[in-house]
Design a protein around this ligand. Structure first.
Ligand SMILES: *[C@@H]1O[C@H](CO)[C@@H](O)[C@H](O)[C@H]1NC(C)=O
Length: 265
């Protein structure tokens, strides 16, 4: 959220100034209070927050007529990729004036996974360029994801689930053999697919500097310099997989990465 605000507070005023007119800026996001936190920017922003946006089954075919009218005028839109994809799939012409969409997420695969692009192209002449740019947010997801990854690894190695179950059943001293036979993280190897990116290198740093794990990063292109926390960068997937005690994938979902971990590797 902090990063999203930072990005917006830098980019919005520049963009708005660069245009010859006051563009219509619209927020259509499940993140509440986005509008009030941008109030300092002194830009006219219309917030279409609606608690229905928080539903995982957001459906653009149920847009309120008033929302529909505002979206039709939007030139800059701040929204989730899934919502954008859903609107485009439903009716590509709704966003006819859109020039820039700022995603509130890091991953924008929802747009590519859906039929949104196809719907857009079919509704225009063949190969018409997408008439607006989509920018994503990055730089703020590494720490929470690293905490999640390390949390899961420790929980697994130390058998927290069994401990919790024993506690609930008031079984003190049960399964001691299993509970005592844990491995030190410093003896384990963590392989991160996409380990040199923003999120991957943050996980590597926490695993290496915090827990002395061996960290191998799998990347698409070979690199000479490994980021802090990465012991080894490799483009050899089977080598990486063979070395792994734990495997984390933070690769973006693209046609190239989909199915990467199929049975054949
Ligand atoms: C874990 O590390 C400690 C301290 O270095 C060591 O005494 C212990 O033997 C290690 N445990 C295993 C299972 O290797």
């Amino acid at each position: 959220m902090k990063y999203l605000l930072l990005t917006l507070s830098i980019l919005l005023p520049i963009t708005v100034k660069a245009l010859y007119h006051q563009p219509k800026v619209v927020i259509f996001s499940s993140i509440q209070n986005l509008h009030s936190t941008l109030a300092d920017l002194d830009i006219d922003i219309q917030d279409l927050y609606d608690n229905e946006l928080e539903s995982i089954d957001f459906d653009a075919s149920c847009l309120k007529p008033s929302t529909f009218e505002v979206l039709k005028e939007a030139e800059i839109l701040i929204t989730e990729p899934k919502i954008l994809a859903n609107i485009l799939e439903h009716d590509p012409d709704i966003l006819q004036k859109l020039r820039w969409c700022q995603s509130t997420f890091a991953g924008v695969d929802a747009i590519f996974k859906s039929n949104a692009l196809k719907a857009w192209k079919d509704s225009k002449q063949r190969d018409a360029p997408f008439p607006f740019i989509v920018t994503r947010i990055s730089g703020c997801f590494g720490q929470p994801i690293a905490e999640w990854v390390i949390g899961r690894i420790i929980s697994f190695e130390r058998n927290f689930k069994l401990m919790d179950n024993n506690q609930v059943k008031r079984k003190w001293g049960e399964n001691l053999g299993v509970l005592k036979s844990y491995r030190n993280l410093s003896d384990l190897t963590l392989v991160i697919l996409g380990g040199c990116g923003d999120i991957g290198s943050c996980i590597a740093k926490v695993a290496k500097l915090g827990f002395a794990m061996k960290v191998i990063a799998y990347t698409k292109h070979s690199r000479i310099d490994a980021p802090t926390g990465v012991d080894e960068c490799t483009t050899d997937l089977s080598h990486a997989l063979k070395s792994a005690d734990y495997l984390v994938s933070v690769l973006p979902s693209t046609p190239e990465t989909r199915g990467l971990l199929s049975r054949s590797v």
